[in-house]
Design a protein around this ligand. Structure first.
Ligand code: NAP
Length: 513
């Protein structure tokens, strides 16, 4: 499928006169054609105006109409599956099998939101009828529902070029809620972004909905994202990426004359505690699972197990020997883009330079290509870890820091010291349930998903999942960016008091009380 290299604004291809930027194949370093237009505040303004104009029609569509749009988009993505996955592989270096799996996830989450909005459950209607005779005061008729916020600015994530990019989870949730979207494609995979935006354009056409509901703007400069967040008609922001980026956009949104919510998911070290008896009884199995989890996708998952906490001693030594063996049998693989690789190298150097931190496993690959990385394991004593908060910062990529504790109380102190996390895990056997419970009591305050005897990578997309957590994992711990509850980010409650039936929203009429 041909790529225009242009922005797709309300269904129209739009060029700009700024210098073009290019995607690069991280596996070969090759520059990929075509060049892509750089966005600016002017194109952002056109896209947001179009989004605003389509909002009044879109917000009043029925759940069935929005479900039809989402289902058609799922079909359109499947129709271009081959070209989408081929382009995504060129731009990200991710293997085809992973990308095909990610496309299926993208399709399934669109269908999941379609099913949700067909049911109307996302509006969470509540009806309390009047009690005119109530003493001492009569109670009015009160009906609560949820309505969409307005145009949403979405930032495509680099590490999920399909499932968290142009037609990914944020877009699916916003469209399901009735919010138009203005998307900034991630500059590392602009071709994949354009193909997905073209699929959205076809789905809007087939559904008879205005094209202003979705625009894609390319950009390598931060000015594009800033213009989106500053625009007065943007009413919410969804972001997945770095803490620096998420925090900058959050601060920008808070400084607007009308502040708006920024739902930023910014990563985590996902601590994994292995209690002593579990380490003794299941060391070899846990070593294999931990090594696989930390190397998965070249460590480029926000749920990567970046911290492992265990008691010092022979059981930990033999566990680490097995982890090393497993990691040494892997090959160096390309990271998503050169910026991510540079950040990985810098953060690793900073971590390695901290007092008491030593590398215990790192392959010395002779001819490492610029974007390639292989797994690295580091170790630190709990006392050193506790005395330096930098040791607990995320190193995005295939690395993990093992914190060796002298006593179970030190394990508790490590748990207590942690910042907000997406996930926190404990491996334990039944006889350790007292200590396990004490650790989980602490971890409950820190993480959005608590895991028992499993590993954090692999996020199930469903209604019971929560993918979020206290700052700095996200900017709002009450919301998830994965699963059906992700739609709540783009809806707000409205209460109707004493309304006659003909003035009530459809979903509040004739409700069983
Ligand atoms: P990023 O640098 O945070 O960028 C994500 C998107 O936000 C890009 O479109 C970027 O545009 C934009 N952006 C970032 N800072 C901005 C600012 N101050 N103002 C306006 N726009 C801004 O993430 P990345 O490129 O994916 O990877 C860089 C690092 O992010 C990684 O090394 C890793 O540490 C982290 N990361 C975390 C996750 C996660 O799951 N939490 C996922 C991916 C990456 P520009 O490219 O134009 O700056």
């Amino acid at each position: 499928m041909p790529l225009s290299g242009q922005h797709l604004v309300a269904g129209e291809f739009v060029a700009s006169s700024l210098p073009l930027f290019y995607a690069y194949n991280p596996a070969s370093g090759e520059r990929l054609e075509p060049g892509f237009c750089e966005g600016d505040a002017v194109v952002v303004d056109v896209a947001v105006q179009q989004a605003e104009q389509s909002f009044d029609l879109f917000r009043l569509t029925s759940g069935d109409q929005r479900a039809e749009l989402l289902d058609r988009l799922a079909e359109e993505l499947l129709t271009v599956k081959t070209s989408l996955c081929e382009r995504a592989q060129l731009e990200t270096g991710l293997p085809q099998v992973r990308l095909e799996g990610e496309l299926n996830r993208t399709v399934n989450q669109l269908r999941m939101f379609a099913e949700l909005v067909r049911s109307g459950a996302e509006k969470q209607p509540v009806v309390e009828t009047a009690q005119p005779q109530r003493i001492p005061l009569p109670k009015p008729d009160l009906r609560l529902t949820h309505i969409p916020l307005g145009p949403v600015a979405i930032f495509g994530a680099s590490n999920f070029p399909l499932a968290f990019s142009v037609a990914g989870g944020d877009t699916a949730a916003a469209l399901a809620s009735g919010c138009p979207v203005v998307i900034k494609g991630h500059p590392a995979h602009p071709g994949t972004s354009e193909l997905a935006a073209q699929a959205i354009r076809r789905a809007l056409d087939q559904s008879g909905l205005p094209q202003g509901i979705c625009s894609l703007i390319h950009g390598k400069e931060q000015a594009v994202g800033e213009a989106m967040v500053r625009h007065p008609q943007i009413k919410a922001v969804a972001f997945t990426g770095s803490l620096a980026g998420g925090r900058a956009l959050f601060d920008l949104a808070a400084a607007r004359p009308e502040p708006i919510p920024v739902f930023a998911e910014m990563g985590s070290v996902n601590p994994v505690f292995i209690l002593p008896k579990a380490l003794q009884e299941a060391g070899p199995r846990l070593a294999e699972q931990y090594a696989a989890s930390l190397a998965l996708g070249v460590g480029q998952f926000c749920t990567n197990p970046g911290l492992l906490i265990a008691l010092k001693g022979p059981a930990l030594d033999s566990f680490l020997r097995l982890v090393n063996e497993q990691l040494n049998s892997t090959h160096a693989l390309p990271m998503l883009h050169i910026g991510i690789k540079k950040n990985f190298t810098t953060k690793l150097e900073q971590l390695s330079a901290l007092s008491g931190v030593k590398k215990i496993s790192a392959r010395e690959d002779d001819e490492m290509k610029p974007c390639f990385a292989s797994p690295v394991l580091l170790q630190v004593a709990a006392q050193d870890f506790l005395s330096n908060s930098q040791a607990a910062e995320e190193v995005f990529g295939p690395s993990s820091l093992v914190v060796a504790c002298e006593t179970p109380d030190e394990m508790l102190a490590v748990a207590e010291s942690l910042q907000g996390q997406l996930t926190a895990t404990v491996h334990a056997v039944k006889q350790e349930s007292a200590l396990c419970k004490r650790i989980f009591v602490l971890l409950e305050k820190k993480a959005g998903r608590l895991i028992y005897n499993d590993f954090p990578t692999g996020v199930e997309v469903c209604s019971a999942i929560h993918h979020g957590g206290p700052y700095p994992a996200t900017t709002d711990s009450r919301f998830s960016s994965v699963g059906t509850s992700a739609i709540k980010r783009f809806l707000r409650p409205v209460c109707y008091q004493n309304f006659p039936p003909d003035l009530l929203p459809e979903n509040l009429k004739n409700l069983e009380v």
